[in-house]
Design a protein around this ligand. Structure first.
Ligand code: LMR
Length: 391
């Protein structure tokens, strides 16, 4: 028997729980204030267009819909990116951000078979699993400092400066999962300089673009990296930003040295895809493309994304206040400073177990909670439960 997945396995436990008050703070999914995964209005309108066109379902190209690839690339790299304008960036439609990581990992394993991978400590549980399943040895670099609830930046830099050349470094471009703690612009510049100086291979994961500060601000690290000389891998996702989790819409982008190299890299990536799942599905890619190519739908999307971002902020602030009111002396103000869907709450594994067993409140064992699952109806219940287990 294989162990349950540390994140998606919680969904299984949650679904089996009969307690009507149960709350799922495990998986990184945005729920609206009524506790439902939203169908964005921009998606509903685009979906109607797609259905009216009733197009046949031929195979897509191995690398996906060309228009989707262009839009996905522009969203991450910006409209005026010199690497993209020079034809040096390759983008493929993938099965979510996870699919992008897997295609990138399998490709890298062929190109740099002797390299090792470094992920942040802590990181999204699946990063390690994905790169190990591609055949790599996976190590960690220091990232989160529990004593400051911030980044252990000296520790991180020291690790980067000691990695062998061609090591693969996985970095969270924004809304770090699980901690919600990001690097500053200046810290990114130092990281980029170290990565380039030591000829490391950066793999930026950007699954939460738009949930930090905004679409462009959240892509800052990717764009600064792309402006520096050297390879760059980027996995991006529309699961969260379009609330299209089940459609598996993501993209892998690779920045290369020349348009000639780009063509060769694309040819190799296509082999990886072809031998994995052949080519991506049509529906989600069409919806995202329809939204991003229509000025009206795009404006609506940005507005809806902004509302999701703001609602999460409100929930963060309320959670801090409500726990403070219940357990005076606790200072969870760091939760309000974290960005994205998650909060690294500092709850112990034992506290997480009690939350689950006594209150049917589900969180990841590491203490990560999905703030985006809190709403005006369940937040008091959750605050009560947390107060009980931390008292
Ligand atoms: C998460 O971290 O909960 C999300 O990225 C969903 C997943 O696939 O794990």
């Amino acid at each position: 028997m294989a162990p349950r997945d540390p994140i998606l396995g919680l969904n299984e436990l949650f679904n089996a729980d009969k307690n009507p008050a149960k709350v799922n703070l495990g998986v990184g999914v945005y729920y609206d204030d009524t506790g439902k995964v939203p169908l964005l209005e921009c998606v509903r309108l685009a979906e109607r267009q797609v259905l009216e066109q009733a197009s046949p379902r031929n195979y897509l190209p191995i690398d996906g819909l060309p228009a989707y690839d262009r839009m996905a690339q522009t969203l991450v790299f910006g409209a005026d990116n010199s690497a993209a304008n020079e034809g040096r960036v390759v983008t493929l439609q993938t099965l979510g951000g996870t699919g992008a990581l897997k295609v990138g990992a399998d490709f890298l394993r062929r190109i740099v078979p002797g390299a090792q991978v470094w992920i942040s400590n802590p990181s999204w549980e699946n990063h390690r699993a994905l790169f190990e399943s591609a055949g790599f040895t996976v190590n960690t670099y220091p990232y989160y400092d529990p004593s400051t609830h911030g980044v252990d930046f000296p520790g991180m830099m020291k690790a980067l400066n000691e990695m062998p050349a061609h090591s693969i470094v996985v970095l969270h471009a924004c809304c770090h999962n699980p901690t919600g703690v990001d690097l500053t612009t200046q810290q990114w510049d130092e990281v980029i300089a170290a990565v380039r100086k030591r000829a490391l291979i950066p793999f930026l994961d950007i699954a939460y673009q738009g949930f930090g500060e905004g679409l462009d601000a959240d892509a800052l690290a990717v764009r600064r990296f792309a402006g520096s000389e050297g390879p760059l891998f980027v996995s991006s996702s529309f699961s969260k930003s379009f609330s299209l989790y089940g459609e598996r819409v993501g993209a892998l982008s690779v920045v290369t040295a020349s348009s000639d190299e780009a063509a060769r890299v694309l040819s190799q990536l296509k082999r990886v895809v072809r031998t994995n799942y052949s080519n991506p599905p049509t529906h989600g890619g069409r919806i995202v493309t329809s939204v991003l190519t229509s000025p009206d739908l795009r404006a609506l999307w940005e507005q809806e994304l902004g509302q999701m971002r703001e609602r999460i902020r409100t929930m963060r602030n309320q959670l801090v206040e409500k726990i403070h009111a219940r357990v005076p002396g606790t200072d969870l103000s760091f939760v309000a400073r974290q960005r994205g869907m998650f909060s690294y709450s500092g709850l112990s594994k034992e506290a997480v177990r009690r939350l689950r067993e006594e209150f049917s409140v589900y969180a990841v064992d590491t203490g990560r909670i999905c703030v985006a699952a809190l709403n005006s109806r369940n937040i008091d219940y959750v605050a009560d439960a947390i107060a009980q287990v931390i008292r």
